[in-house]
Design a protein around this ligand. Structure first.
Ligand code: ZN
Ligand code: ZN
Length: 327
């Protein structure tokens, strides 16, 4: 019993390990700037578990709130309303503040232990953490691509299950409190939802690591940064002409997820549109967007007709004037 408790404490607090041990045999001059900074971080803490725990938590906070700030500013700009997917529904300061408080509470109570235990779990699965050099860009790219596909599939089915009666009522309803989402609301959810859907984010890395024993935590960090960007942006409530889904048709983006919050049904996936397309859970979304496009077309042609009608008397006056003058 005491031995189990001891190894559990060891896994959480780690062991003091100086850099001379961690980086024995590594030629520092051969490392890139990013790799040298990485070494300095682990050198500073002299304990890989604490170094990874602090870095993981800081990274999550900085990226989540840092990425939400531009959306808060955009919400304050009336000139941006034309890009808002539900134009009349701008979040109030009170709503944003309430959301921030709950998200922070959740980060420090529910997510912190998960993030902290990430390192021991990584070690268990054979994921490298303090090691340098980093893997090649090519390896990072295909591994992150796999995580995107895994997460999207996991999220589609888990999210769809969360819309089932009791699960919706006791767990997922909280995330749907805002029918017009905003960036900060991405992680506004029940702790159990954070736990369930978070499995999609970290499940891919753990599975890949368990099978290949070839994954560096830097790849997982880049994946988590991209995943946080995806989640915050999908909740932003804005669709710009430069938004990714206008260039990459299978990317879901805010346009897809905003509909989910507005309609409460359909469009369950996170990054890609293919699961909703194949399972037919985006029919309502497609009908709504087609109707909106039709209404926009009609409004544009009415406006064109209106300006053409206005233009007729103007033309008549200008042509009449010289005649009159001449007369
Ligand atoms: Zn939902
Ligand atoms: Zn959402």
């Amino acid at each position: 019993m005491n031995q189990t408790l001891g190894s559990f404490t060891d896994a959480i607090t780690g062991h003091p390990t100086p850099a001379s041990v961690l980086y024995k045999g590594i030629e520092m001059s051969s490392l890139s700037l990013a790799e040298r900074l990485w070494v300095q971080w682990y050198q500073y803490w002299e304990n890989p578990v604490i170094a990874t725990g602090v870095m993981s938590f800081l990274l999550h906070e900085i990226v989540y709130f840092g990425r939400s700030i531009p959306w808060i500013i955009i919400d304050m700009m009336p000139s941006m309303r034309k890009y808002k997917l539900q134009p009349g529904k701008i979040p109030t300061v009170a709503e944003q503040w309430r959301c921030t408080k709950l998200v922070l509470l959740s980060h420090f109570t529910v997510e912190l232990p998960q993030i902290w235990s990430f390192h021991p779990i990584c070690e268990y699965f054979g994921l490298t953490t303090h090691d340098v050099p980093f893997p090649s860009w090519f390896k990072m790219a295909w591994q992150i691509g796999l995580f995107f596909v895994f997460e999207d599939t996991f999220h589609y089915w888990a999210h769809r299950a969360l819309h089932w009666g009791p699960l919706y009522k006791y767990i997922h309803k909280m995330h749907h409190e805002f029918s017009a989402p905003f960036g900060l609301a991405a992680e506004y959810a029940h702790p159990l939802e954070v736990l369930i859907l978070g499995m999609g984010t970290i499940g891919g890395p753990f599975m890949l690591c368990a099978f290949t024993k070839d994954l560096h935590i830097i790849t997982v960090y880049i994946w988590i940064i991209l995943r946080l960007f995806q989640a915050v942006d999908a909740h932003s409530g804005y669709d710009f002409p430069i938004s990714l889904h206008n260039w990459v048709p299978f990317w879901a983006g805010a346009d897809h997820h905003d509909y989910h919050h507005m309609a409460f049904l359909g469009c369950y996936s996170t990054s890609f549109r293919w699961w909703d397309h194949f399972m037919g859970t985006d029919l309502g979304y497609k009908r709504t967007r087609a109707k909106e496009a039709e209404a926009r077309k009609r409004a544009a042609s009415l406006a064109q007709d209106g300006s053409a009608q206005k233009a007729v008397p103007e033309t008549a006056t200008t042509t009449a004037l010289p005649v009159k003058t001449a007369a």
